[in-house]
Design a protein around this ligand. Structure first.
Ligand SMILES: [Zn+2]
Length: 369
């Protein structure tokens, strides 16, 4: 092997926390080693797999004057200011209500929340967008040269949330990127971005994380006990954000709700099911999570019937009673399929009452036979 070849090979420790995102890491390493850092990247893949966090790590690496092998030093001025989110050469944007963007104290709080939990997004009571004024800030930010070495960077998290004016303004920035400026967009809905934006970015696809990597992340970065990490990771569908949500108070209330619904269905208690459908909140987080947990319970019922491992190991009693009613693997698959269809329906402007009714009908059909 020539010396050149050895030098080009990606070191093991490059973006090591994301060791499973092999293609994305290789691509970024090649950009770096060949001195061709793109003016715009799009990191796409389901939420909670580390797109945003990896973008920050990559920037930290690029801007560290003491980087060796595949990693940054973590101690220099550049590394420290990036860790603290106050590096003058980095601008971070994420969706928020306009009322938060316009109020300095609320804005500070939102940034603080995001920095403390970068796999999640800050929770707001109003709907969120990436606003035109935020994109104007990007243009203003990129108009001046970088303060420290290594160029200027903008990260736009959940870029599909740009409203129409913001997307059009942003396109202008992408068309004429200032020298030494780099933009990283992240999204779990690439199909919602303007085709003209997609065509001007280098697209890097992120995969779901393995249970083992999520457990490692939860234990090392989020101080979970190994037991809790294991339980949360198993129901996370490959997402650290979903695993973190698993232990939040709100989520555990919704989960209890979903377990109750599944139990009522197995017990044939239709009165309680319809009572629930008629009073369930018109809230997309609630709906999405109910469907997710019901899907996972139907999946566990099929696993129970075939002797495979149950993911919701704390709910074996409910699952075994559901298995007694559903009887066959095929019935479980049909229920999973119906719930999955409702999950797709619930993404865009859900008609809550209709979907809750459809959930009860699907359960009634499967369990009633
Ligand atoms: Zn450093």
């Amino acid at each position: 092997m020539s010396d050149e070849k050895i030098k080009d090979e990606m070191p093991q420790n490059f973006l090591f926390d994301f060791s499973e995102q092999t293609e994305a890491r290789r691509f970024l390493w090649q950009s770096y080693i060949s001195n061709r850092i793109s003016s715009a990247y799009l990191f796409t893949g389901q939420s909670g797999v580390g797109k945003f966090v990896m973008a920050m790590e990559f920037i930290k690496f690029l801007k560290c004057p003491n980087r060796t092998d595949g990693t940054y030093c973590g101690e220099c001025n550049s590394c420290r200011t990036i860790t603290n989110w106050n590096n003058p050469d980095i601008l971070i944007l994420f969706p928020m209500p306009s009322t938060v963007w316009e109020r300095e104290n609320l804005l500070q709080q939102a940034y603080e929340d995001f920095r403390n939990s970068p796999y999640m997004r800050p929770a707001f009571s109003k709907s969120t967008q990436i606003l035109l004024n935020m994109i104007r800030d990007v243009q203003h930010f990129l108009a001046t040269p970088s303060t420290l070495s290594g160029g200027k960077f903008v990260i736009v998290a959940d870029a599909h949330k740009m409203n129409k004016q913001a997307a059009n303004a942003f396109l202008k920035t992408l068309e004429e990127p200032p020298q030494d400026a780099h933009i990283i967009l992240t999204t779990d809905r690439a199909e919602s971005l303007l085709p003209t934006i997609l065509s001007r970015t280098q697209i890097l696809r992120f995969r779901r994380m393995s249970t083992a990597q999520i457990v490692q992340n939860l234990v090392q970065k989020h101080n979970f006990s190994p037991e809790l990490a294991e339980r949360a990771a198993k129901v996370s569908e490959g997402s650290v954000a979903a695993a973190l949500q698993f232990v939040s108070a709100d989520f555990s209330e919704i989960r209890d709700n979903a377990l109750g619904i599944f139990k009522c269905a197995a017990d044939g208690d239709l009165v309680s099911l319809w009572e629930w459908a008629n009073s369930a909140p018109s809230n997309s987080d609630y709906l999405v999570n109910i469907l997710k947990i019901l899907h996972s319970l139907a999946r566990d019922t099929s696993a129970y019937l075939s002797g495979a491992e149950i993911l919701n190991s704390d709910s074996e009693k409910i699952i075994s009673s559901a298995a007694g009613k559903l009887k066959t693997f095929e019935n479980c698959l049909e229920l999973m399929h119906n719930i999955q269809n409702l999950r797709s329906d619930s993404f865009h402007n859900p008609q809550y009452k209709l979907i809750y009714g459809a959930i009860v009908s699907a359960l009634e059909n499967s369990f009633g036979e």
